[in-house]
Design a protein around this ligand. Structure first.
Ligand SMILES: CC(C)(COP(=O)(O)OP(=O)(O)OC[C@H]1O[C@@H](n2cnc3c(N)ncnc32)[C@H](O)[C@@H]1OP(=O)(O)O)[C@@H](O)C(=O)NCCC(=O)NCCS
Length: 224
């Protein structure tokens, strides 16, 4: 049973404005998010569900919901993005990592954005924010598998410096070198903000859209 530290969550809760003006609350997922997660899953298209879980799924079981929301924030961490401009602030995006037991510097990572919020830079932002937390917790590599035809995640991964390896037909093994990505961003305001958020020292309001360029949302801000 995970007991959530309210100060830990409050310190890591930030209002984020994406490049098109969309406002989301970013915060670590909490056990009370089960209904939100279930609703977000129902809002996903069958194709997005398949791409995330790599099998056809109609619903999240109670066991899965517990696994996905009752986390220790060190070996298993998840950011939730909540739509600030919709009643009840529903969940519209999640990025999570789970550390591998036999390789503690490696974690499996996954990111999902509900279909009507895709293409606004949220997936890339969530993955960079997740990388910042992972680095704080001693993780150096994100690894995982994506479907070969999943162009959206491949675009997102390319922006955060992925290595692609083809393992089996239809499936691509991916790895992100987190220190290399941090090095690329180092010195930029974007990097400093992501690090501060990961440490619970971030701003209450982040105009992430100001960092966005067509070639990569997390490019250094001018003059940074
Ligand atoms: C993959 C996913 C998280 C991307 O989220 P997103 O919020 O749409 O991503 P972004 O808005 O940051 O887009 C990043 C890039 O991908 C591109 N992209 C987004 N959706 C795309 C699509 N359907 N087809 C092709 N490219 C796409 C964007 O154009 C953008 O590139 P650009 O900045 O050069 O224009 C989202 O599509 C998703 O949840 N898919 C279903 C679950 C999944 O596949 N997860 C990955 C496996 S764990």
């Amino acid at each position: 049973m995970i007991v959530t530290d309210e100060d830990f969550i409050r310190g890591r809760t930030t209002e984020v404005v994406l490049h098109d003006g969309t406002r989301v609350h970013l915060r670590p997922i909490v056990p009370e998010d089960k209904d939100r997660l279930r609703a977000a899953f129902e809002r996903l298209s069958p194709e997005s569900r398949y791409r995330r879980f790599m099998s056809p799924m109609d619903e999240l079981s109670d066991e899965m919901l517990a696994h996905l929301t009752e986390i220790d924030y060190v070996d298993h961490f998840a950011w939730a993005a909540l739509a600030m401009d919709e009643p009840g602030e529903p969940g519209v995006g999640v990025a999570r990592y789970v550390r591998l037991e036999d390789q503690p510097a490696v974690a499996e990572a996954a990111v999902t954005v509900v279909d009507d919020f895709q293409g606004r830079g949220l997936g890339t932002f969530l993955l960079d924010a997740l990388g910042a937390v992972a680095l704080e917790n001693g993780i150096k590599t994100f690894s995982g598998y994506v479907l070969d035809g999943n162009k959206a995640i491949r675009e997102v991964l390319e922006q955060v410096g992925v290595r692609f390896r083809y393992d089996s037909p239809g499936l691509v093994k991916v790895e992100v070198d987190l220190p290399a990505r941090a090095e690329e961003l180092r010195g930029s305001r974007a990097y400093e903000v992501l690090r501060a958020i990961a440490r619970g020292e971030g701003p209450n309001l982040l105009r992430w859209g100001a960092f966005w360029t067509p070639s990569g949302p997390a490019a250094p801000a001018p003059g940074a």
